[in-house]
Write a protein that binds this ligand. Structure first.
Ligand code: URA
Length: 434
């Protein structure tokens, strides 16, 4: 087989055979195909897409690139949750502890910031000392002891996804339904779960801008799960404005803490509770979804979800006091206010622009080698629908260096639309698939 022939056939819109996809993925993982050829292949997939059989083959090849995580020694229902990526999307850090506090075992394998979206691993690593690269032994022991462990894709588990993920981030090939489905589902099927709850984001801050594409992604992932006998449900949720008020790693940890103490933003609390409830229900801990909703709410109100997050932080080497003392988290050195040019109603806060501006000042990565500045980001002061006066503060930009600050501030100004009429309210949870 020759890489160039496979690139050419995919570029021309042809279907590749499972063994051809497997050869590409395994050769690339072994370093036998250079980044430039794999980039060309990914771009061809971006434009020509892959059908269900090709995606299924890619999932299997990515799984076969490493070892599976054997969780047979963990008693109880093992349920994970994964988001397709958004701006200010910190729901994993809220839903997972709530579900674990209710008795679900949560083996969470998360990702890093990708494009303009944030990543759970980067958020966790803004907590001083937190180790997201724990050993498999610790991961399993922690699941048995406290019911939850949070780590990244490791060099032994789905290494092909690790390589492909950073290559896609640097080659503008993230927004492909087929590639996102293969990336997420390979990680999930490699960790022998009993259940999976997916949060498929749609809107400007998501990779899927249109509901029809989000639906196709949700259907593709739930079909892959069904074929593998994995109970799976996907929620399609709105990502047209950032979720909650905080965007940026340490800033989001602060908002997670407030939310788990029942003092968080309404939108973030609502989605997190629904995701936790679905994890509890899919894990078979309640008869009905309504019962699971009551359990999730109770774990929020009695503080046990909050206590569970503290346990994970301590178990993985972090200092859980950061949840009460925000001064122990990395803090920005400067803040810039963005104000409203006129009175009216906030009719749009373009999540992609807010995410890109945060990335520009260091909250995300422009290149795969770049490091993250955990302290920086944006705190919104308003949400869509709110009335503002001329000069009202719309958001604050927190920074540690002035490089690219002006450009980022301009992008943020452009993200806001102020209109004379009240915008139509948008549903937060748009569809359930599976
Ligand atoms: N999350 C992943 O794990 N992979 C993607 O491609 C996008 C979001």
């Amino acid at each position: 087989m020759r890489t160039i022939d496979l690139i050419q056939r995919k570029r021309n819109g042809e279907e590749l055979l499972p063994e051809e996809i497997d050869w590409l993925v395994s050769s690339y993982t072994r370093g036998e195909i250079p980044d430039y050829q794999m980039s060309a292949f990914l771009m061809a997939v971006y434009f020509q897409d892959m059908n269900d059989v090709e995606v299924g083959a890619m999932v299997q090849s990515i799984i076969a690139s490493g070892e599976k995580l054997d969780l047979s020694g963990v008693a109880g229902p093992k349920v994970d949750k994964h988001s397709t990526g958004g701006v200010g999307d910190k729901t994993s850090l809220i839903a997972a502890p709530l579900a674990a506090a209710a008795g679900v075992k949560v083996p969470m394998i998360s990702g890093r910031a990708l494009g303009h979206t944030g990543g759970t691993l980067d958020k966790l690593e803004s907590i001083p000392g937190f180790n997201t690269a724990i050993s498999t032994e610790q991961f399993i022991a922690q699941l048995n002891e406290i019911g939850i462990a949070m780590a990244g894709q490791s060099p032994t588990m789905t290494p092909a996804d690790g390589k492909l993920y950073s290559l896609r981030d640097a080659t503008a090939t993230i927004e492909s339904t087929a590639l996102i489905a293969a990336s997420i589902m390979s990680k999930k099927l490699a960790s022998s779960l009993d259940g999976l709850v997916l949060d498929v984001k749609v809107g400007s801050g998501a990779f899927m801008k249109r509901q029809i594409d989000a639906r196709r992604l949700a259907q593709l992932m739930t079909t892959i799960a069904r074929r593998a006998d994995l109970r799976c449900q996907a929620l399609i949720t709105d990502m047209s404005q950032p979720l909650g008020y905080a965007v940026g790693n340490a800033l989001e940890i602060m908002e997670v803490s407030q939310t788990l103490q029942n003092g968080g933003p309404v939108d973030l609390t609502r989605i997190s509770l629904e995701l936790a409830a679905r994890m509890i229900h899919i894990g078979g801990l309640t008869e009905s979804l309504d019962d699971a909703r009551e359990v999730a709410q109770a774990r929020l109100l009695d503080g046990s979800g909050y206590a569970k997050l503290k346990q994970v932080i301590d178990a993985q080497g972090g200092n859980s006091q950061v949840l009460d003392r925000f001064d122990l988290l990395p803090n920005a050195t400067g803040a810039m206010e963005i104000t409203s040019p006129r009175a009216g109603f906030v009719s749009m806060i373009d999540a992609e622009e807010i995410g890109s501006a945060s990335t520009m000042i260091g909250a995300g990565r422009d290149t795969k080698e770049a490091s993250i500045d955990p302290a920086v980001g944006v705190i919104l002061e308003v949400k869509v629908g709110q009335r503002v006066e001329a000069g009202s503060v719309l958001c604050r930009l927190y920074y540690t260096g002035e490089e690219r600050l002006e450009d980022a501030a301009e992008r943020i100004e452009d993200a806001f639309r102020i209109s004379t009429t009240v915008p139509e309210a948008r549903e937060l949870i748009l569809e359930i698939v599976g």
